[in-house]
Design a binder for this molecule. Sequence first.
Ligand SMILES: [Zn+2]
Length: 415
Amino acid sequence: MIEIKPAQVTLNSICKCGSKDLIFGEIIWQGQHVCVDIICKKCNKNFLQNIPIGQSLLETRLVDKGTKSVYKLDWQPSKDAWLNKPLLSILTPVKDDILINVQINTHYKKIIILNCLEFVYGHALLVLLNLQRIIKLNSNSTLGIVVIIQPMFKWMLAQEGIAEIWTINTSFKQMTYYNECLNISIHKELQRFEQVFLSHGHLIPTNTPINIQEFTKIPPFNFDIPPTRPRVTFIWRQDPGRIWIRNIYILKGFEKLGFKKILLPFHYLRIVTLFFFLKKEFGDRFIYTVAGFGKWMLFPKFITDVRTNDFNDDTERFLCQIYSESQLIIGVHGSSMILPSAHAGMCISLMPSKRWGNFAEDILFSPSETDARVGAFQKRIIPINLCIFDIIDICINMLKGRMYFLQKFKHSNEL
Ligand SMILES: [Zn+2]
């Protein structure tokens, strides 16, 4: 954790001129980026640096206020537009009214803040899941835990172990720019405390499996007491880059040109084909379900369609219940797989080409997967460009072969 009050934040920064003789000034809350204003004593250069929390732990950046450009720590230009945009927005603030709801459960003078503000849904969710680790490590309550979140995540917060919840009424899109009112409001709240730390908020939240029930209050799929008719569920998305298309170049080519007319039918047909062959193999043993965001096209009657266009607390809970009834969940890699993988018995994440740098970020392992081989069997990441019949074969084997696989290494302590 990083102390931001009363001690002045000092970062491991070097000015472009090579000097380390720097004045660290005010803290600026953009949203996901919490930056420090820095002035070089030698050359007077004025720049910002993001404090290493969340995504900034991996991508620390400098914003030169003079050239209005973003740099890496070695002052090489940052070419990551998705990262640069919110950082550069600090130089052109807006002043939109912003509603902050402060819920105080316990009064503390010393706090640690978990900042879950983000413009990427999956990143915000993963940072939020850090609470499992933080609450456990802070079990003697030396610090009050303050969580800053967007409204759509509040339903997942347990009250126990959390001192305060600051809910910022803002959208993901609004988190791509800098609202000065947000910065002022957070600084105003900070005045109440003697000492304030920022949690690093890692994007891989813990080194141990997440007990998802502590967040959603919905127990994950239990192989010992399965539902009478478990589900096999596909997680539907219909945004470019997250559909079941094997060739990334075809996907890119058609992304703008006729995307819905040409590519979505292929995505749809693959899902129907998958379920057709699973039903042929298993009959009515499973409820074949499609869940997720977007309602393009109707599915055949043998597929239960619980997709939605409207995500709110109730639909989120309902969908988590669907995930928890699923023996197997299949979907394209991405943030939409985080909660499904945490609740389902098993899952397959279809990894598109050029995305392998995000390996396993969308998969949450279960505390019951104590043996690495069980985890490897139950949570699979496979290339999306595999032939559909190979993918069907993997699904059938996972659904039919789990018990046999487990028998191979269930040893007693007998000699
Ligand atoms: Zn300098």
